[in-house]
Design a protein around this ligand. Structure first.
Ligand code: PBG
Length: 326
């Protein structure tokens, strides 16, 4: 046999140490952001039925939760509010005593080093469940922008470290940037949900955040899953408007988009491993059909390999535990 006629790739795979030496992608807990759902009321800790292991918690459980996160080495959370009262214009999103504003204050007081990322959207606060102001079943872009800017400023006033607008109105980055700057928050970064598809993968989140639209869907503002070039257009626009991070969402079925955005931009990319992705894996794991730890770590490695700098996931605590163990 002429052994010079082929390459021996297995040479670099022969031991654990050698494989570690040549690995191209590694996970560290610094890559992960953990979502929290904060509800009004006292002593509430509700497990979300479609997301086992994920809870809606009230303010009095926050400190305990944050202690756990800190001990796991998690340094960033993103907050979603679940208010008791909703109205047509999402007032709960931008009042001083809003649930996210209160939670932010509690966290920054007890855990000043924890980065608080505020999700800036109206859908959890509006009675119709849409992400903006609605007129005759149409989500009004420019009117919604005013309320989003107000929401962002109130979140920054409460102490949020990063503003993450997720509503997909055109112009949201520039309007929020301007409002933050005028209010003296020039130092607060914007993590834009720049590339957000109208996805069936968000189903369980809408149970967790109680934000299912009461009529229609989000296809007039979120992107068509069929489109690739449009993702670049959205990403480029948001960078021009002043975004400091770009989110691509969902992640798992959209790793081609993560790579594309990474190759055409130069700011940190966040992959959002959304609720439906979490729910699918949990269900399979609970049935004993897959090895959860191996599969989840492989999935996040793939996201980083595709170009994600950061990963936003309900699995962050498990990942922290597994990384500590390994
Ligand atoms: C709010 C928002 C949604 C998600 C994050 N922010 C829901 C939506 O757009 O319908 C989904 C997150 C997930 O599914 O994990 N606009």
């Amino acid at each position: 046999m002429d052994t010079f006629s082929f390459k021996r790739h297995r040479r670099l795979r022969s031991s654990e140490s050698l494989r570690a030496l040549v690995t191209e992608t590694t996970l560290t807990i610094n890559d992960f952001i953990y979502p929290l759902f904060i509800v009004e009321g006292e002593k509430v800790k509700n497990e979300v039925s479609s997301m086992p292991g994920v809870f809606q918690i009230s303010l009095d459980f926050l400190e305990e939760e944050l202690n756990e996160l800190e001990s796991l080495g998690i340094r960033a959370v993103i907050l979603f509010g679940v208010p008791n009262d909703k109205d047509e214009i999402g007032t709960g999103a931008y009042i001083e005593e809003g649930i996210v504003q209160q939670a932010t204050k509690v966290i920054k007081q007890s855990h000043p080093h924890m980065l608080v990322i505020a999700d800036t959207c109206l859908c959890e606060y509006t009675s119709h469940g849409h992400c903006g102001v609605v007129h005759e079943e149409d989500v009004h872009n420019d009117e919604s922008l005013k309320l989003l800017a107000k929401t962002a400023v109130s979140q920054a006033e409460a102490g949020a470290d990063i503003i993450a607008p997720s509503n997909m109105m055109d112009g949201f980055v520039v309007v929020i940037r301007q409002a933050l700057d005028e209010a003296g928050f020039t130092h607060i970064p914007i993590m834009s949900y720049a590339v957000k598809y109208a996805s069936a993968f968000y189903g369980p989140f809408r149970d967790a955040a109680d934000s299912t639209p009461q009529f229609g869907d989000r296809r007039t503002y979120q992107m068509d899953p069929a489109n690739r070039r449009e993702a670049l257009k959205e990403a480029q626009t948001d960078i021009e408007e002043g975004a400091d991070f770009l989110i691509v969402k969902p992640a798992l079925s959209y790793l081609d988009i993560v790579r594309e955005v990474k190759d055409h931009t130069n700011i940190p990319i966040v992959a959002y491993n959304v609720s439906g992705e979490y729910a699918m894996i949990k269900a399979a794991a609970q049935n004993g059909w897959i090895d959860e730890q191996s599969l989840v770590l492989e999935m996040f490695t793939s996201m980083k390999r595709a170009g994600a700098d950061l990963i936003l996931t309900y699995y962050a605590k498990d990942v922290a535990t597994w990384l500590q163990k390994n």
